[in-house]
Design a binder for this molecule. Sequence first.
Ligand code: XMP
Length: 318
Amino acid sequence: MPFNAEKFIEGAVSSIKASVGNGRAIIAVSGGVDSSVAAALASRALGKNIHCMFVDTGLMRKDEGKRVLAMLSRAGVKLDVVDASNDFFSALKGVEEPEKKRKIIGEKFIRVFEAEAKKQKAAYLIQGTIAPDWIESGGGSRDTIKSHHNVGGLPEKMGMKLVEPLRDLYKHEVRITARALGLPPEMSERQPFPGPGLAVRIVGDITPEKAAIVREACFIVEEELEAAAKSGKMELPWQYFAALLPTKTVGVRGDERSYQYTVVVRAVRSLDGMTANFSHVPPEVLQKISTRITNEIREVGRVLYDITNKPPSTVELE
Ligand code: XMP
């Protein structure tokens, strides 16, 4: 049976109402379509009893807070910004192991949520977890590929009850729901962004400096691929971004030897993120991305394009 968004919305709104009753709930919106749809559903279901916030972890996209605030206000969702970047950076300092990083981020998010819930007198946490998130986190009888922060990253002792209205949906169904809820197209058609943010695009330990580099590189990749797709040079990939490797390599700037970071550009075609193929980006577009990244980000001396499919690779680098 084809997915029926109206029917889904009706069911989700009544199930959120039934779960939360006369209580209060909070939700954190990351800027991705999943959490935005969950926030719009929760706002419909709970009215004044939902508190929506944007947690700035220091690992978000460029100008993300402002963009998300503007997009959601057009759909009638009000957002509070919570700046927790110092907290996240100090908890992640010196940690290199990917699963450990994910667990720390999950834990930090929950601590921020708990503090907000206390202020708001809220007993419920609403999250935009979708089917691939829990399937890949070892749901059912499956192996854990990675602990998506909103699933395996949740600490066992959480002082809130969890409500996940999108648990059974796949990404394309979330987009259909977003359109039906009246979210603007720049939100409903937005490429996915992972819950742990730029952390999964920084291989190895995380510092504010590395976050700034990868944030700028992601912005350049987004700008160039969106422009190339708009001018008909290529199809817009399903997801496209940059990641930072811990490896420095030798290069030359002017007449001098340089020893700088390596950035990986990733662009994939996919339906739901469960499998993906790398996009065939025209060489002149890759050339422009490489030139911009090395010119505009002085700490980067080499740019690579990732030509691995999922499987055997995953979409993100961690
Ligand atoms: P992977 O890297 O697992 O990515 O192949 C598949 C899709 O999921 C996104 N992703 C996440 N989304 N929490 C999320 O909400 C997470 O922890 C997470 N990790 C990866 C990724 O961006 C891609 O769209």
